[in-house]
Design a protein. Structure first.
Length: 193
């Protein structure tokens, strides 16, 4: 992808975000990681109720660049190159962010770590999980929900499950089939510390 296309994609994504929170002197970047149906978006929304962070939801951003997504590797590459540029620009402007994406591979997370390390900002990693039977029910219910931005189903969950890699930095783990408040409290404390 040439640079002008990348910049144009990042601009398009920025326009799709609408208004976002005021800049802060020391922004925080929260990376959410988890399989489809584990409750990533639910967790992000609950967190954003307590912290004035902008949520970058990969499923919604993908549909800005590809209104009828194919989920091909080229499409994903285009999306995440633009998302990485967007993240860097927003963090430089002092906008605190939550990235709501599967982020299953350490290789892909490394791109995000390098942005954080380069900008010297606070990073919080969260692995979201839920028991497979809960995920199955959620994904089944999602098919009937026209509000859902995700197209992932049980088949996608099962195909992606083997690609989950260990997170090599400190992270919070949260099971969304249980009370998520203790983890939300810890993250809010870490951000405001």
């Amino acid at each position: 992808m040439e640079h002008s296309q990348l910049v144009s994609d990042a601009e398009l994504l920025t326009q799709s975000l609408g208004q976002f929170s005021d800049a802060v002197a020391e922004p925080t970047f929260i990376i959410i990681s988890g399989l489809p149906g584990t409750g990533k978006s639910y967790f992000c929304n609950r967190l954003a109720e307590r912290l004035p962070f902008l949520i970058l939801e990969s499923d919604a951003l993908r549909k800005v660049l590809s209104p009828a997504p194919s989920y091909s590797s080229q499409e994903s590459s285009r999306l995440f190159r633009a998302v990485h540029l967007l993240i860097e620009r927003l963090l430089k402007k002092g906008v605190s962010l939550i990235l709501d994406a599967t982020n299953l591979s350490e290789r892909y997370r490394e791109h995000l770590y390098s942005i954080v390390d380069r900008l010297d900002i606070k990073l919080i990693l969260v692995r979201v999980e839920a028991p497979p039977e809960v995920v199955y029910e959620r994904l089944r219910a999602r098919r009937e929900n026209t509000e859902s931005k995700s197209d992932a189903d049980w088949e996608v969950y099962q195909r992606m499950k083997p690609s989950v890699q260990k997170i090599h930095r400190n992270y919070y783990a949260v099971d969304t089939s249980r009370d998520i408040t203790p983890v939300l409290d810890k993250i809010v404390r870490e951000v405001t510390r």
